[in-house]
Design a protein around this ligand. Structure first.
Ligand SMILES: [Zn+2]
Length: 412
C-alpha cells in the first residue's frame, strides 16, 4: 500500500476503533485491579497477535512503601506485555502505553457514553486506552504499507503508570537502552497540543516518632511527634521556588490518638517537582538537611523515605529533532502540531532520563483526565494514527540522523 492508501485504510477503521474503545473502557483496569488489568492485557494480546513477530508477558516488580498510618505496605502490580518486530533492524523504535487507569472498581465512573457525534466520555478513553489503539493501528498500517525493513519496533504496555510505574520502570528503562526513539501514547490536549519538557516528580514520606505522655500529669515528659513533623513540614514547604519551577506540596499528615495524650507517632507525605536534574540533586540534599536539623531541634525522631520516581524530562538536541519530525509529519496531513511544557509526568520522563529521545503525547485528543468527566475526541483515533504512521516512516528514512545526534548527546 502507498501512504495514501494506508491513510484510507486507517480512515476505514474509525467505526471499529470506536467500538473497541468502548468495550475496553467498560473493563475496569484501575491500577490495583489486577484481574481487570489481565482482561485488558488479553484483549490487546489478541488484538495485536497478527502484527508482531513475538509477544511475551513480563512480570512486574512489587514495591514496599510506607502508608499514611506509618505501616510498611507491599504493593503488587499487573504484568507488562511486550510485542516485538524486526529486532535485528538497524533503527529500533520503542512504543509505550499503559493499560491501567486511575479509577478503582469502587469508583462510580465505569461506563463509556457518547456525548455527541465526536465526543466519547468514559474511564480510560483518553488516558490511555484510546492511545494504545492509535499506536496499534499505526503499526498495523505501517506493516501493511511499503515500509522499509530498516525499522524494527517494540511495544511495551505496562500496568502501573498511574501510580508511578514502580513495577515497570526497570523493564522500560532496559528497553530504552536498546532503542533509538521512544513514542508514547498519552493523550494530547483537546486542542491537539503535545507535551514538550516535563517536570520531575518525587513522593516522600516522613515518619515521626516521639514520646507519649499524659497531657495533664506528665506533659513535660512527652515529645510531640505531630509538632516535630509540623516544624519539618513548614521548612520543607519553604524549599518551593515558584520562579525556578520548584514546588513542594505538603499533601497529607496524620497522627495522634486522644485529646489527653501527647502524640508519639505521626506521618507526613509530600510531593516535590522540579525542572532539572541539578535541581533534583540539590533538593534531595536540602530535604535531608531539613529532616536532620528538625529532628535534632525537636527531639523527635524523623525518618524520610521515598524518592523521585519521575526524573525531569528536558529536551536534548536529538529530542528536538524528533519533535521537528512530528511537526513536519503533521503538516503533511494538515495537522498543526504545537508543543508546550508541562508540570505533569509520565513514562516519557523515565525514558528521557536514560537518554532516549521521545515524544510522549501521541495518543488521542482529550481532556478532564483523572476525573469522571474524562473524554476523548472520536475523530482523533484515525487522525493521530495517520500522524504516527507518518512519524514511523520519517524515522525509518532518517533515523540515522537521530542516532548520530543521540551519540553526541551521550558524550556531553
Ligand atoms: Zn496516562
Amino acid at each position: 500500500m502507498s501512504f495514501k492508501e494506508s491513510c484510507k485504510w486507517i480512515d476505514s477503521r474509525q467505526e471499529d476503533l470506536l467500538n473497541n474503545l468502548m468495550r475496553l473502557s467498560e473493563i475496569n483496569s484501575g491500577t490495583s485491579n489486577l484481574e481487570g488489568i489481565k482482561t485488558v492485557a488479553d484483549y490487546f494480546r489478541s488484538y495485536f497477535s497478527g502484527t508482531a513477530d513475538s509477544i511475551s508477558e513480563i512480570q512486574s516488580q512489587s514495591r514496599e512503601h510506607t502508608d499514611i498510618s506509618g505501616n510498611k505496605i507491599k504493593e503488587e502490580f499487573g504484568n507488562l506485555l511486550s510485542f516485538k518486530k524486526r529486532t535485528e533492524a538497524p533503527i529500533q523504535v520503542l512504543l509505550a502505553g499503559h493499560m491501567d487507569t486511575v479509577f478503582p472498581l469502587s469508583h462510580s465512573f465505569q461506563t463509556p457514553k457518547k456525548l455527541d457525534e465526536n465526543t466519547l466520555l468514559g474511564p480510560g478513553v483518553a488516558d490511555m486506552k484510546g492511545g494504545i489503539l492509535v499506536m496499534l493501528t499505526a503499526l498495523q498500517a505501517y506493516e501493511a504499507s511499503n515500509h522499509s525493513n530498516q525499522l524494527g519496533w517494540r511495544v511495551i504496555l505496562n500496568a502501573d503508570e498511574e501510580t508511578g510505574s514502580h513495577g515497570s520502570a526497570e523493564t522500560l528503562e532496559a528497553a530504552a537502552t536498546t532503542a533509538d526513539v521512544g513514542l508514547i501514547y498519552e493523550p494530547a490536549l483537546a486542542d491537539g497540543t503535545l507535551s514538550r519538557a516535563r517536570k520531575g516528580s518525587g513522593n516522600f514520606t516522613v515518619v515521626a516518632t516521639g514520646q507519649a505522655a499524659h497531657a495533664g500529669r506528665e506533659y513535660d515528659q512527652g515529645r510531640n511527634a505531630i509538632m516535630g513533623l509540623y516544624s519539618a513540614a513548614q521548612k520543607l514547604e519553604q524549599l518551593t521556588e515558584l520562579e525556578n519551577g520548584i514546588t513542594v506540596n505538603i499533601a497529607r499528615i496524620s497522627g495522634g490518638t486522644a485529646f489527653n495524650v501527647v502524640p508519639a507517632a505521626a506521618v507526613l507525605q509530600f510531593n516535590v517537582r522540579c525542572q532539572s536534574v541539578d535541581q533534583q540533586h540539590e533538593l534531595d540534599a536540602k530535604m535531608k538537611a531539613v529532616i536532620h536539623e528538625t529532628a535534632q531541634q525537636s527531639e523527635v525522631a524523623l525518618e524520610i523515605s521515598g524518592g523521585f520516581s519521575r526524573p525531569p524530562k528536558s529536551i536534548s538536541p536529538a529530542n528536538q529533532l524528533l519533535m521537528d519530525w512530528v511537526v513536519e509529519s503533521g503538516k503533511q496531513l494538515d495537522i498543526d502540531v504545537q508543543f508546550k511544557d508541562t508540570g505533569g509526568c509520565c513514562d516519557g520522563n523515565n525514558l528521557a532520563a536514560v537518554g532516549l529521545p521521545n515524544v510522549d503525547t501521541l495518543g488521542v485528543l482529550g481532556g478532564q483526565i483523572h476525573t469522571a468527566d474524562e473524554f476523548m475526541l472520536i475523530n482523533s483515533l484515525t487522525e493521530r494514527a495517520k500522524l504516527s504512521l507518518n512519524i514511523l516512516q520519517k524515522i525509518s528514512e532518517e533515523g540515522d540522523r537521530l542516532q548520530a545526534l543521540s551519540k553526541r548527546d551521550n558524550k556531553n
